[in-house]
Design a protein around this ligand. Structure first.
Ligand code: NAI
Length: 332
């Protein structure tokens, strides 16, 4: 069956890692018609909008997209296209599996966590204004609807994957109303899932506990901003951003992308690690019921990493993106 998929190569290392991922997908015989779009600064200069409506329409039609990272200017300039995209498509759940890979140097060898991040509200919406010169206000909006919806998603996912425990992460001791609401919704939703243990932890303590003893956790549920920060910390537990995959999921639509960004300092040098996007593509294949191909790619990738002969620089090797991709295709 030929799938129709929207493709966003993205900025920086985006085109390099998406190119590598598509080569591996093709090597399994996976057939897709890719509808390719530019987003961000290039789209702004070419079409007058960093997030063109044609792209949104394409994803709405195809219901699925594979996305490279898109850069956002810091402190000035246009609103993040990533945030706008997640909102426009109501991709309310951000799923980030954090699993150790044999052969990838890291502090721990047996991590198997899931990070579930609310993807549509919180301080991450960037709703800010200057009240008077020298004073700015940033709005943290948390709703009952979004908090319940993401809690339900986390419990359903945990049930499907046979997970035993969900820990809601918050700062409800200080933000009693906003984080308090998020926590209350979590606790109420948890009552419908008695077989899954539900507990909670304050976000600063969580960061320390993750560094000291990450295996005490199973599924982490977080608001948008804490989820953004803590999932990078979690990526660091398994060897860094080069190996951490992700998916943005809505009621009908899913956009698969790595946790990492555009990595401008290594862009264009052919040395980026495509593992994170490749693992995101494995999640995409499972979503498309292409389980065999997903497992074949996962096995080939794990073999190359475990052998340790062809590794990119972030993993301590000397291989280029192309060498690494060819090694995976050979292993397939
Ligand atoms: P980043 O994730 O691009 O880079 C952080 C560090 O990780 C850098 O040292 C980089 O070289 C390394 N790294 C990341 N991915 C790698 C890979 N695949 N292989 C090897 N090394 C890798 O984070 P940063 O520097 O904060 O952001 C750069 C740009 O990316 C910004 O404009 C930011 O807005 C954007 N960004 C976009 C995201 C998205 O589209 N989902 C997510 C995060 C950042």
């Amino acid at each position: 069956m030929k799938h129709k998929i929207t493709l966003i190569p993205g900025d920086g290392i985006g085109p390099e890692v998406t190119g590598a991922t598509i080569s591996v997908l093709r090597a399994t015989g996976f057939e897709a018609e890719w509808e390719t779009f530019v987003v961000g600064a290039e789209a702004l200069s070419r079409f007058g909008d960093p997030l063109p409506q044609d792209l949104i329409d394409s994803i709405k039609r195809n219901k699925i997209a594979l996305k490279g990272p898109v850069a956002t200017p810091i402190g000035t300039g246009f609103v993040s296209s990533n945030v706008r995209l997640r909102k426009a498509l109501d991709l309310y759940a951000n799923l980030r599996p954090i699993k150790s890979l044999k052969g990838v140097p890291s502090r721990y060898e047996d991590i198997n966590l899931i990070v579930v991040r609310e993807n549509t509200e919180d301080l991450y919406s960037g709703l800010e204004h200057e009240v008077v010169p020298g004073v700015v206000e940033s709005l943290k909006i948390i709703t009952d609807k979004a908090s319940r919806r993401i809690a339900k998603f986390a419990f359903e996912y945990a049930r499907l994957e046979g997970r035993k425990k969900i820990t809601a992460i918050h700062k409800a001791n200080i933000m009693k109303l906003s984080d308090g609401l998020f926590l209350r919704c979590f606790r109420e939703v948890a009552e419908d899932y008695p077989e899954i243990k539900a507990d909670d932890l304050i976000v600063d303590n969580t960061c320390m506990q993750l560094v000291i003893n990450p295996n005490q956790f199973d599924v982490l549920l977080l608001e948008n901003l804490y989820g953004d920060i803590v999932s990078d910390l979690c990526a660091g537990l398994i060897g860094g951003l080069g190996v951490a995959p992700g998916a943005n999921i809505g009621e009908e639509i899913a956009v698969f992308e790595a946790v990492h960004g555009a990595a401008p300092t290594i862009a264009g040098r052919g040395i980026a690690n495509p593992t994170a996007l490749l693992l995101s593509a494995v999640l995409m294949l499972k979503h498309l019921n292409e389980r065999d191909r997903a497992l074949r790619i996962q096995a080939a990738l794990e073999k190359v990493l475990a052998e340790g002969k062809v590794l990119t620089r972030d993993l301590g090797g000397q291989a280029t993106t192309l060498d690494f991709t060819e090694a995976i295709i050979h292993a397939l």
